[in-house]
Design a protein around this ligand. Structure first.
Ligand SMILES: *[C@@H]1O[C@H](CO)[C@@H](O)[C@H](O)[C@H]1NC(C)=O
Length: 605
């Protein structure tokens, strides 16, 4: 009898996993994720308690001590071990401390493309207790000055190939008392000092850890914590210490820098660094360097899939791809063509306080909900009115949660001590706009992600759309107000409303502007093109222009964007004059022929 019960119980135990699996098909993924997320949480807590705070640079130095001879950076024909990288960054730090007169806590802006020196500078500045501001190297003129002044730096380091861009704005920089260093051996431009010669002569002796010991203001800790969270993504995605990661995304960007570089440092792995993405060299590089982990943004995966097929498409060691923004159709194509590569799609805004990881590899999802998320953050999808462009309120004036498996909602996440929202450097207006008050109860405060998501019954999270003041194109966020401000500087433009429109076969949205013209003025396509070319990086330039007699505004005088974006740029539908930006000619009148070539994918945008 007892034996019988025992047998039944044992048999029950044996089928239990099967039953669990049938009921919860993702249970093993969930458990694995819970374990790695918990481990990460414990470590982060430990780092936070350490005094001074254990930073990514401390982690780098530990790796140098533990594995000095392991390859850290491979770039073109050179490679550097962890120990060599440490020494190179010491040289940079010593040169800076001798010649740049930096104080602890100063911010230095880096205007530099992907190269080992980028990494040495970031390490060096951290060793000196300084903050590095990473500037997007595509920006020019006013935007460059704007970004530079936002980071409150008094020192600018520029790569030799970008010197021209800095010379354009040098008078303003000099006027503001900014010191500019260029990474070359000589420089005879007044107001720019050479730095490479000084680095070569500098000592490679380590700097005193005392230099960075006192950096404990709260803001810095929050930033460090944020940095660690992004850094740990590699651990959560399952990157191992024997992996080799390929980084070609710009290092000034969160994806390349935090998910790529600092993540690699945390795992102590080898980084194959490339100046820029090249579709023809991508797999050759992976083969040549035995790359096992790649990073992506959606566009890149599409470029790879669109490249001509080759016999050796599956001849590589890549096992994991980490990134965000891949579309479901590209995802399926990619797997079919390049073989069994696990794609780990992640979602999270740099400044936001909530994120998801698709740790299951479900095609098309940007993440999966996990019960640990709910312990960690308090987030919700709320109903959103895309016509009025505001959250839907109930009779008491509060927002309405969208239940799982239902329609699309706006992701909001509660701002609290453990889930802070750091906001944007020196941009209180922008920061305030991202906050929602009195969401579910009087006095609460939420971060508005600006993203419309959908969560299915199994907890998979799907990206639906982005609302409001920014849109994404070619992996870059475009701030519509910034583009509009630049357009308003053109003498014949009276008003500008900038938004993003969808283009068949492309991720994100491409820029479009609805304009009204000043009285008795005509739209001058050449002049307008010249202006946007001078002031905006290529991804932010409106590709389409629509001239209206008056801009449509909402009841609250907000510009209507959603409706315009839905109307798109088809001249058969839109009766207003339309213009199309042709790179060689400037803005030319839009024709049905142009529209068809774009719709059929014959023109690359
Ligand atoms: C890549 O791996 C192969 C085989 O394991 C090895 O022979 C080769 O030297 C490796 N290449 C590099 C650049 O490490």
């Amino acid at each position: 009898m007892t034996a019988n019960i025992l047998y039944t119980a044992l048999a029950g135990l044996a089928v239990l996993p099967l039953l669990l699996y049938l009921k919860y098909p993702y249970i093993w993924h969930d458990i694995r994720y819970a374990i790695s997320a918990t481990r990460v949480g414990i470590r982060l807590n430990k780092y936070k308690k350490k005094k001074p705070f254990y930073s990514v640079v401390d982690c780098f130095l530990d790796k140098v001590a533990r594995q000095p001879h392991k390859k850290f950076i491979v770039f073109e024909e050179s490679s550097y071990t962890y120990s060599q990288a440490d020494k190179e960054s010491n040289k940079v730090a010593n040169a800076l401390s001798q010649h740049a007169n930096l104080k602890e806590g100063d911010t230095v802006a880096l205007f530099l493309g992907n190269q080992p020196l980028f990494v040495w500078f970031w390490l060096a500045l951290a060793k000196l207790g300084c903050t590095t501001a990473l500037l997007n190297y595509n920006i020019r003129s006013k935007s460059l000055l704007h970004c530079f002044s936002c980071c409150e730096a008094k020192t600018l380091v520029v790569g030799a190939d970008l010197r021209g861009a800095v010379e354009e704005v040098l008078p303003t920089l000099t006027q503001q008392g900014v010191r500019v260093f260029v990474l070359s051996d000589h420089c005879d431009v007044d107001g720019i000092e050479s730095l490479s010669d000084k680095i070569q002569k500098a000592s490679d002796q380590p700097l005193s850890p005392q230099l960075r010991a006192n950096r404990l203001p709260k803001a810095a800790i929050i930033n460090q914590e944020r940095l660690w969270m992004a850094t740990f993504l590699q651990s959560i995605a399952g990157v191992r210490s024997d992996d080799i990661i390929y980084i070609y995304l710009p290092l000034y960007h969160t994806a390349g820098f935090m998910m790529g570089l600092t993540g690699a440092i945390e795992k102590g792995i080898t980084v194959v660094l490339r100046q820029k993405f090249s579709v023809s060299q991508f797999w050759n590089d992976c083969r040549k360097h035995n790359v096992t982990v790649i990073q992506y943004i959606g566009e890149i995966m599409r470029y790879l899939c669109n490249a001509p097929k080759r016999d050796n498409d599956r001849d590589h060691k890549v096992r994991l791809a980490l990134g965000n923004g891949i579309r479901a159709d590209t995802w399926a194509d990619f797997l079919q063509r390049f073989g069994d590569i696990r794609i780990c799609e992640c979602y999270g805004a740099t400044e936001g306080n909530v994120g998801f990881v698709n740790y299951v590899g479900k095609v098309g999802a940007i993440g999966k909900e996990h019960f640990l998320h709910k312990l960690g953050y308090s987030y919700a999808l709320i109903r959103y009115d895309t016509e009025k462009e505001e959250p839907v309120k109930d009779s008491r004036g509060f927002c309405i949660k969208v239940p799982r498996g239902e329609r699309t909602g706006l992701l909001v996440s509660k701002i609290g001590e453990r889930t802070p929202f750091t906001g944007y450097a020196r941009n209180t207006q922008q920061t305030e706009k991202k906050k929602l008050r009195d969401v579910f109860v009087k006095g609460d405060l939420y971060f508005n992600s600006g993203d419309l998501l959908k969560i299915d019954n199994e907890g998979f999270v799907f990206f639906q759309d982005r609302i409001g003041d920014t849109f994404r194109w070619k992996g870059e966020n475009v701030a519509t107000t910034e583009v509009a401000d630049h357009l308003l500087m053109v003498d014949f433009i009276e008003e500008a409303n900038v938004y993003g429109v969808k283009v068949p076969g492309h991720e994100g949205r491409i820029g479009m502007a609805a304009l009204t013209l000043k009285e008795k003025m005509e739209f001058d396509g050449k002049a307008c093109h010249q202006h946007v070319k001078n002031y905006l990086p290529s991804y932010a330039r409106p590709r389409f222009i629509r001239i209206q007699d008056a801009l449509v505004v909402t009841g609250t005088f907000k510009q209507m964007k959603v409706k315009l974006a839905e109307e798109g740029f088809n001249p058969a539908i839109i009766k207003d004059p339309l213009f199309y930006l042709e790179d060689s000619k400037g803005y030319v009148p839009m024709t049905q022929e142009i529209f068809n070539s774009i719709a059929e994918g014959k023109v690359r945008l």
